[in-house]
Write a protein that binds this ligand. Structure first.
Ligand code: KMH
Ligand code: ZN
Length: 274
């Protein structure tokens, strides 16, 4: 497909609302953000939600309400994070799919994450993989490191293809402890991908956001942008709204002759059910 899938990851689990009041944390803010980002060119939303105190939560009722509100008010593909925050227990992360998203993240291995550890043991990945197959949810495989590519190979060999028959991966680069946000590291990851992979995207954390977007576009990849990954638009210019990052990504993609995919085209690309 010649166009570009633009994913927006608007909130994440790491930034405190107190430190960044423009971070969308309430359902109202999330819906407003999603509508604006869809209009700017995003076709998929990678979602972490917050509770009434703006703290990351995996509460089932809140997840379900968020999925329903976004489904009602946008046509975005809705991807729930199963990564949560580094403090979320594995058992609770396994309940996320009960909220019936279109897609879910599935990180292919444990990684150092700043001063913390983002835990994804083999047994957990397997349970999530099978649960996604059974619930007809399309996983997006998050690759923070080259070793995660090997784990993806092992998952496919063990369980066959995911629901929908497509394999989409997202390189999350530039996390302190994971693969660096450099073109060389990204290209090493792309070169190592299993042949079953049908599409890939990439994001760079912090100052690697823009260079990784440019590298991904030039190599035929898709883009993930958003305040989960980057809070600075340019030097001295904090991001005020996720729309700014999506609009810049859409502009870059269009200049590269790969304009943003529509939500229908993204559903087709990823094998999401209608
Ligand atoms: N918040 C990170 C610890 C995911 O969404 O699946 C994990 C994360 C990955 O953001
Ligand atoms: Zn996430």
């Amino acid at each position: 497909m010649v166009g570009t899938l633009i994913t927006v990851a608007p909130t994440g689990a790491e930034t405190a609302k107190a430190d960044c009041p423009q971070l969308p944390t309430t359902l109202e803010e999330l819906v407003e953000t999603a509508i604006a980002c869809e209009a700017a060119g995003a076709s998929l939303i990678h979602l972490h939600i917050r509770d009434a105190d703006h703290q990351p939560t995996l509460d089932h009722g809140l997840l379900k309400a968020s999925v329903e509100a976004l489904r009602e008010q946008t046509s975005l593909v809705i991807q729930l994070s199963t990564g949560g925050s580094v403090h979320d227990p594995l058992e609770q992360r396994l309940t996320v799919l009960e909220a019936e998203p279109d897609s879910c993240s599935l990180t292919c291995g444990t990684t150092n994450f700043g001063d913390d550890v983002f835990l994804n043991p083999w047994g957990f990945m397997n349970q999530l993989y099978v649960q996604a197959q059974e619930r007809e949810v399309v996983p997006e495989f998050e690759l923070f490191d080259l070793g995660h590519v090997a784990a993806l190979r092992r998952l496919i060999d063990t369980h066959g293809l995911p629901y929908g028959g497509k394999v989409h991966v997202d390189f999350v680069t530039g996390v302190p402890g994971g693969m660096p946000g450099t073109t060389a590291a990204l290209m090493a990851g792309v070169a190592a991908l299993p042949e079953e992979v049908t599409s890939w995207s990439a994001t760079g954390i912090g100052r690697t956001h823009l260079p990784i977007a440019a590298a991904a576009l030039s190599a035929g990849g898709h883009l993930r942008v958003g305040m989960e990954d980057n809070l600075v638009y340019a030097k001295g210019q904090p991001v005020q709204h996720n729309r700014e990052l999506v609009a810049r990504a859409a502009e870059l993609a269009t200049v590269m002759q790969r304009p943003p995919l529509s939500t229908d085209q993204t559903r087709q690309l990823l094998g999401i059910k209608d």
